[in-house]
Design a binder for this molecule. Structure first.
Ligand code: PLP
Length: 367
């Protein structure tokens, strides 16, 4: 029998539905689905090609990867943190095929309970809570007195593009420690932070005791198609053993080729990866300038701009029909999303220049 939780989900995942509508419009520039457009740096592709050749040779062939990841990548991830002064040991790094599946897998760790989600929020969080039968309560900015078992924090945030300040994260860590809640910290966009806001929850004192951090190569290194990420489970939070056990039952890990490519992205290709992130941030700067006079946030520490438009659904179609721009209507991000649209800056530079002019026309068209 199909779980009754399944029937709590909307018929189609928001991004798939919106993506189909936009792709049917000839000439529309898609600023909706958060998928990257820049190719992998050559070094990363070459690392993948070398790894593939190793698998074709009897002396270097490898079968199943270790469930928690190869040591070479766990070590590179730990160094990625350590180089910016954040304490993470390689034994605390668990390689995944991305945040979405690890976030879902984490809900197997806990008994049913209450989850605090941001609002508006990345729709996969809401779906995961529904699928696993967790009660959901939404928060807007700061913790309230409400008791919860799990808190999901996304910074820089999807969809609003805002990075949480150190003081905001300190308040959340204090709250989690006081109430015994665990923080699931989604750092998918950490590499976009320019303002000096924290890139990791572990920049906050005490976070190692109450927070798990999920991160991904998807948006920072162009791995949306390759699939690789990592989850940090610090020894102090006491979940490492359970997590390792769970991973070994529920996953057979990530391919050797992909992990070698991810290692390269964090080491010899790191500057190129940073260059790609900068390109997306430059696009966002163009959009921010084009939207001057409109009411928006984001785009400084994030590829996302969150634009207040009034009627989100009507404006989604107006962007598409009159300006040939695909954006994401904010109502898809839950309560507090209505009245906004999300614009992402993952397009090519050429498209960004054209899209910026269309956004300028949209601002003028509002009178
Ligand atoms: N978390 C957030 C906030 C996202 O916006 C996305 C993708 O859009 C993901 C996670 C998914 O990441 P991954 O590709 O690593 O599964």
């Amino acid at each position: 029998m199909i779980s009754s939780n399944y029937y709590k989900l909307s018929e189609q995942y928001l991004f798939s539905r919106i993506g189909r509508i936009i792709s049917e419009r000839h000439g529309a520039i898609n600023l909706s689905i958060g998928d990257v457009s820049l190719p992998l740096p050559r070094e990363v592709s070459e690392a993948g090609a070398r790894a593939a050749m190793e698998l074709g040779d009897k002396s270097t062939f490898r079968g199943y990867p270790p469930e928690c990841g190869y040591d070479f990548l766990r070590k590179a991830v730990a160094r990625y943190y350590n180089d910016r002064g954040v304490t993470v040991d390689q034994s605390e790094v668990f390689i995944s095929d991305g945040i979405k599946s690890d976030m879902a897998m984490f809900f197997h760790v806990f008994n049913r309970g209450k989850v605090l989600l941001p609002t508006p929020c990345y729709p996969a969080y809401i779906d995961v809570c529904a699928i696993f039968g967790f009660e959901v309560s939404f928060y807007e900015d700061a913790p309230s007195e409400e008791k919860a078992d799990i808190i999901v924090i996304c910074s820089p945030d999807n969809p609003t593009g805002r990075a949480k300040s150190k003081a905001e994260l300190e308040a959340w860590v204090r709250y989690a420690k006081r109430t015994g809640a665990i923080i699931l910290y989604d750092a998918a966009y950490e590499a976009f932070v320019q303002s000096g806001a924290p890139r990791s929850i572990y920049e906050i004192e005490g976070a190692r005791e109450c927070a798990v951090e999920l991160c991904s190569f998807s948006k920072t290194a162009g791995f949306t198609g390759l699939r690789c990420g990592y989850t940090v489970v610090p020894s102090e939070c006491g979940l490492g053993k359970v997590w390792a056990r769970l991973k070994s039952s529920l996953s057979n890990g990530v391919s050797y080729v992909t992990q070698r490519m991810a290692e390269c992205a964090l080491t010899s290709a790191l500057d190129k990866i940073r260059g790609n992130v900068k390109q997306y941030l430059d696009n966002a700067a163009l959009f921010r300038s084009a939207l001057s006079g409109a009411d928006f946030v984001g785009g400084e520490d994030s590829p996302y701009i969150w634009l207040r438009v009034g009627d989100g659904k009507a404006e989604f179609y107006r962007f598409l029909d009159e300006y040939n721009l695909g954006v994401t209507p904010g109502y898809g991000f839950g309560r507090n999303g209505d009245g906004y649209v999300r614009i992402n800056s993952f397009c090519s530079k050429e498209n960004a220049i054209v899209a910026a002019q269309r956004l300028r026309d949209w601002v003028r068209g509002r009178g």
